[in-house]
Design a protein around this ligand. Structure first.
Ligand code: TRP
Ligand code: ZN
Length: 458
């Protein structure tokens, strides 16, 4: 930290002896040594190495658990274990707050070619075949019947567009139709009427961009599973095949928020949070290992200096953010009116190590807390160009809606940075790993967070 810090409203967290003794008696039943904590010593403890070490752990956890840390999975559970263990080692008492939510939406969980004609080559869900729609969870094992395909020449086709295509269709079989001419809904409805147990729509194969897997939209309810397949898989199935497929309803996700408290002298608190869950498609290191690392390091370094702030500081590691802000919403809903009013500010940290960063401080939210200026000024004093941002795409939204004042930090997702590239080109992708982090920016953001927390809590 450097000289211009003087400009900033806070510098020192000073806790009066008497007050500290009372606090000691209340919270610990023993007198505590008074600690005079200045933000410099806390910020000095927050190093890039420490932050990156947390991210490496989270990446290793994803790697060991199917490549992600999604809510309700082993990867998220292991992430909670890791953060909890770090907090406990630093002396915190932690609380796990369990909740559940319905993640409706169907998934093709397996697709296999079975029977004597099965090709030895494996079919991969997501690459060769995927779900277009399914109203119910389902399990289908049946022979595939090709419906008016045109696999040669120009490959122009009206496959599955006419009721006559399904004349003689063996009820209970899986209909294999080809993309082209009419809407997917038409092919689906005619197939279902003809008694198909499932429908596979193979790509048309008439052009280079019509060979691979594709995303198709159904506007009608899919009463039977409707799948999209590559042209090649369709051609293979057309030769005669039997398929076993499973469509699952992920249904209720049971998961938990992790919470740790640094007690204050009175009843008021600063809540600092980051979502610890990620998307299913990657390790979630910038989104949101970065925010987790910043919040966790703030907690660890405050404990390391034995900080005794005036306001309590509550560190929260939310789950279910990626599915719809479920963890933070649950947290806000379970607060009593008095607890809600006792929150001085909620500070959100989501995506703060973006490789093409734009340093943003949340402001203009309609529920601003003046600490945003303290964080902005701190960043400016470090030579960081900042902008403000007003959006409700993360866990501060339920707080704002409950009229709790908020701020937060953010360095960019898929929207373009001034250099033209997305703030985070690996947003929600498999490449969101430790190499997708700007360590220096992450360090600056973590410092700004700790500085903001201290300025409010002291
Ligand atoms: N919350 C989003 C996610 O986790 C990321 C995001 C996009 C975001 N835009 C934002 C976070 C603005 C904070 C602010 O996927
Ligand atoms: Zn996020």
């Amino acid at each position: 930290m450097e000289p211009r810090t003087k400009n900033i409203l806070i510098g020192t967290v000073t806790v009066l002896l008497a007050a500290a003794l009372i606090a000691g008696a209340v919270y610990f039943n023993r007198p505590r040594v008074v600690a005079v904590v200045d933000s410099e010593s806390v910020l000095a403890g927050i190093t890039t190495d420490n932050l990156m070490a947390h991210l490496k752990e989270l990446e290793a956890i994803a790697e060991a658990n199917g490549g992600n840390r999604k809510a309700g999975t082993a990867g998220h559970a292991a992430s909670v274990d890791y953060v909890e263990q770090q907090l406990k080692k630093a002396g915190y008492t932690t609380e796990r707050q369990q909740f559940s939510y319905d993640s409706s939406g169907r998934k093709l969980v397996s697709f296999e070619m079975v029977g004597p004609s099965a090709n030895s080559g494996s079919v991969e869900v997501g690459t060769d075949v995927d779900l277009m729609g399914a109203f119910h969870p389902d399990e289908v094992t049946a022979d595939v019947t090709a419906v008016d395909l045109n696999l040669e020449g120009d490959r122009q086709t009206t496959s599955g567009c006419e009721a006559s295509d399904f004349e003689g269709f063996p009820r209970g079989n899986i209909a294999l139709v080809q993309r082209g001419t009419c809407r997917f809904d038409v092919k689906m409805s005619l197939a279902a009427e003809a008694g198909a147990r499932a429908v596979i729509v193979m790509n048309q194969g008439d052009a280079a961009d019509r060979r691979g897997i594709f995303v198709g939209d159904l506007s009608e309810i899919a009463t039977v599973p409707v799948l999209a397949a590559t042209f090649d898989l369709g051609a293979e199935l057309a030769a005669g095949g039997r398929v076993a497929l499973t469509v699952d309803s992920p249904g209720a996700v049971v998961t938990e928020n992790l919470i740790a408290d640094l007690p204050g002298l009175g009843g008021r608190t600063v809540v600092v949070g980051a979502h610890l869950d990620g998307v299913g498609g990657g390790p979630g290191i910038n989104d949101n290992g970065s925010g987790v690392a910043a919040v966790l390091e703030t907690a660890l370094q405050l404990a390391a200096v034995d900080a005794q702030p005036t306001l309590g500081v509550r560190f929260a590691f939310w789950s279910g953010e990626e599915d719809g802000l479920y963890g933070s919403t649950h947290y806000v809903q379970q607060l009593s009116e008095a607890e809600r009013r006792a929150i001085e500010v909620y500070l959100n940290v989501d995506m703060v190590g973006s490789p093409n960063p734009v340093a943003r401080v949340y402001a203009g939210t309609g529920s601003d807390h003046p600490v945003w200026e303290v964080m902005r000024d701190h960043l400016r004093a470090q030579g960081v160009t900042t902008s403000t941002a007003n959006f409700d795409l993360s866990d501060h939204k339920p707080f704002m809606e409950a009229r709790i004042r908020v701020s937060g930090l953010y360095t960019g997702a898929d929207e373009p940075s001034p250099n033209g590239a997305p703030g985070d080109p690996c947003y929600h992708q498999a490449c969101d790993n430790v190499t997708n982090i700007d360590p220096e920016m992450l360090g600056l953001m973590a410092d700004a967070l700790a500085h903001g927390v201290l300025s409010v809590a002291s």
